[in-house]
Write a protein that binds this ligand. Structure first.
Ligand code: PAF
Length: 289
């Protein structure tokens, strides 16, 4: 069956009420569109957990701190719809900017702690925009579960925190990053990369996986991070916002690999800023479990 497009809050709520009358469970996959295999894998997981799946497509202006980036963000609704029909999503919820932020809108959701540092330090206001729109989408749809990719690892923490803190009854399910054959994490922004930029981009996961292996071998964290930054510069990245080791469970900074962690990085090319992260745990940790 073809995926149905819904554009208003009223119609979205009516649809959810109908599903609830049949005791159906509901999953939501929030996206900004330009769907790729990473998004579709989230939809497949959603379909395995719930009776009904809503995919939201909304290019959220409040989370862009750069007007050019907002304008350049790909908008591909027709092909998104075709892809969602192929995988079997039930609804594509695509509200307009006026529906999400009507005249007079004056509320911001700010999540402390986990939104500070990393991308939060380099994209002022970004996580306020994410937290505000995700809260609105959660409240508009009222789904039981929501699926988020681990590529946006800090975002995953922000969303988990807001759902807990605001008592929104939704379970957040993290899903592993889906990668291209050369390791590059799938992202809607990848399509903006020129051929030479695409080649440079593939160094980001390679450098992170290599650094993670060095951490596992107990090399000093600050040396591993310094070398990773050097290698990214040599590969041709314009600017490296950060390469950082953080606790996987609460994103607190780590000087040594003494618990399950994530090595996270953000680096820029002229056409796009890329982020990625890899999991790294001390060898002894595995033995203890
Ligand atoms: O990850 C994204 O695509 C966006 O940040 C999200 C979660 C859909 C909010 O706009």
């Amino acid at each position: 069956m073809a995926t149905t497009i819904i554009r208003t809050v009223e119609e979205m709520r009516q649809t959810v009420r109908r599903w609830r009358c049949k005791d159906g469970s509901i999953a939501v996959v929030p996206t900004m569109g330009a769907l790729h295999e990473g998004h579709l894998s989230l939809v497949r997981v959603a379909l395995s957990h719930a009776d009904w799946v809503v995919v939201t497509v909304f290019v959220n202006p409040t989370q862009f701190n750069n007007a050019e980036d907002l304008i350049a963000y790909p908008r591909t609704e027709e092909s998104d719809l075709a892809k969602l029909t192929t995988v079997g999503a039930h609804v594509l919820y695509a509200p307009s900017v006026d529906v999400v932020y009507p005249k007079g809108f004056a509320t911001t959701v700010h999540v402390g702690n986990v939104s500070h540092g990393l991308c939060g330090a380099h994209r002022p206001g970004h996580f306020d925009g994410v937290a505000t729109v995700v809260t609105k989408l959660f409240l508009q749809i009222g789904a039981d579960i929501a699926l988020f990719g681990e590529k946006d690892f800090q975002q995953l923490h922000v969303v988990r925190r807001l759902a807990r803190d605001l008592d929104i009854p939704i379970q957040i399910i993290p899903c592993a990053t889906i990668r291209e054959p050369d390791g590059l994490a799938m992202s809607s922004r990848n399509r903006r990369l020129s051929t030479p930029e695409r080649q440079i981009a593939s160094h980001l996961p390679a450098v992170l996986f290599h650094a993670a292996e060095q951490l596992r071998q107990s090399l000093p964290t600050h040396e591993v991070i310094a070398e990773a930054k050097r290698r990214l510069e040599e590969a041709g990245f314009d600017g490296i916002d950060y390469v950082d080791l953080r606790s996987e469970t609460d994103l607190s900074p780590l000087d040594t690999l003494d618990r399950p962690a994530r090595l996270l990085a953000a680096a820029s090319l002229p056409s796009a800023r890329l982020i990625d992260n890899v999991r790294v745990a001390p060898p002894a940790w595995k033995q203890r479990i």
